[in-house]
Write a protein that binds this ligand. Structure first.
Ligand code: PLP
Length: 400
């Protein structure tokens, strides 16, 4: 018999983590590598948040807490949902886990039976399909086309729903496209969902605080209160507060679902780190002053990257509403050949040849379910982005 379980055999390792690892290995071997693969803010965790963690350590707050988060953090999360999203949750409706990723996994594992379908709009965050498979469900892919800003059309959603549909996963702003749904677009999806009461909605709002210009951020349970009783609103401190390493994610939802998720956590991870929970309380309750300047920095980087990519021959790039990703098309480069004689047949060949020729690490669109594209994470300095985009321009120009 083989060592690997049948459940795990259905799963691929994370493609984005693989690209980062490859870039690190090349850099360690002495190559000049610019890594635009990882989805993590380059900013440091703010000092007030670090200080709260240090105080927690000195106060001996180093013991187990409730499996799905301590009451003080759940209260801070309830206040956040009320203040920023107009959503009323009681502390009994809150789940905290070691990151947004386990929050989502706990929800899927708690609810999916074999054959249950999870609608995953492509381009998708790499983990949704694989977490669905690991939890025993079946991902059903629907595509948001470039002409629609990579957003899911209501009629495409309608056509994908079956009696077996258990969940729809929404992610706005999106990893990997940066696309964010307007209130009207969410309402149109909600109108479809109201006709299908068996479908639960998992909205991954991890990039809420990163939207640009005058975009008004909304989340689906706020837009359509009739969906509140079957929506899990997922969020976390990783991206907004530059706290990826602290591992705190959370969700608000119907108590019956939250109870099931607590049961999963109680037999798997137990509580997220107590010290990180104190830091997250400070993140949510403390000053929010640094959010605006960081958002502005990201917006400038987005504009730089979009402009430089659109000047590369054969590449076109939309201007997304949020997150720190762009998802340029390489349709104009398919079929061309590198100076070393390699034909660019798809986005996987494109990204590996780009890494080989110019030392720029990006992730192929195939990993996110829509080709021929690639994803750039622009969470790095303008100087580095400018150099990376110049190299991409040079690589594109070298193809014939
Ligand atoms: N959801 C999306 C869309 C993400 O991009 C990420 C991180 O890359 C996560 C969830 C996971 O966040 P965390 O690091 O809190 O587990």
């Amino acid at each position: 018999s083989t060592l690997q379980s049948a459940a795990l055999a259905r799963v691929k390792p994370s493609a984005t983590i693989a690209v980062s690892a490859k870039a690190r290995a090349l850099a360690a071997a002495g190559r000049d590598i610019i890594g635009l693969g990882a989805g993590e803010p380059d900013f440091d965790t703010p000092d007030n948040i670090k200080a709260a963690a240090i105080v927690a350590i000195h106060n001996g707050e180093t013991k187990y807490t409730d499996a799905d988060g301590m009451p003080a953090l759940k209260k801070a999360i309830c206040a956040k949902f009320a203040r920023e999203n107009g959503l009323t949750y009681d502390v009994s409706q809150i789940h905290v886990a070691p990151g947004g990723k386990p929050v989502i996994f706990n929800a899927l594992v708690a609810t999916l039976n074999p054959g249950d379908e999870v609608i995953v709009p492509a381009p998708y965050w790499v983990s949704y399909p694989d977490m669905t498979l690991l939890a025993g469900g079946e991902p059903v892919f629907v595509t948001g086309e470039e002409v629609d800003g990579f957003k899911l059309r209501p009629e495409v959603l309608e056509a994908a729903i079956t009696p077996k549909t258990k969940w729809l996963i929404l992610n706005s702003p999106s990893n990997p496209t940066g696309a964010a749904y307007t209130r009207a677009e969410l309402q149109a999806l909600a109108d479809v969902l109201l006709r299908h009461p068996q479908v639960w909605i998992l909205t991954d709002d991890m990039y809420e605080h990163l939207t640009f210009g005058d975009f008004e951020y909304t989340t689906i349970a706020q837009v359509e209160p009739k969906l509140y009783d079957r929506t899990l609103t997922v969020n976390g401190v990783s991206k907004a507060y530059a706290m990826t390493g602290w591992r705190i994610g959370y969700a608000g939802g119907p108590k019956a679902l939250i109870d099931l998720m607590r049961k999963v956590a109680s037999q798997t991870t137990s509580n997220p780190t107590s010290i990180s929970q104190f830091a997250a309380v400070e993140a949510l309750n403390g000053t929010q002053e640094f959010l605006a300047p960081r958002k502005e920095a990201f917006e400038k980087r987005r504009d730089l990257v979009v402009s430089m990519l659109n000047q590369a021959s054969g590449i076109t790039c939309l201007t997304p509403e949020g997150a720190f990703y762009v998802y340029p098309s390489i349709a104009g480069l398919i079929g061309k050949t590198t100076p070393s004689g390699v034909t660019i047949t798809d986005d996987e060949v494109f990204t590996s040849e780009l890494l080989e020729a110019e030392g720029v690490a990006v992730v192929q669109g195939a990993a996110f379910g829509l080709s021929p594209y690639f994803r750039i994470s622009y969470a790095t300095s303008e100087a580095i982005l400018e150099e990376a985009c110049s190299r991409i321009q040079r690589f594109a120009a070298s193809l014939s």
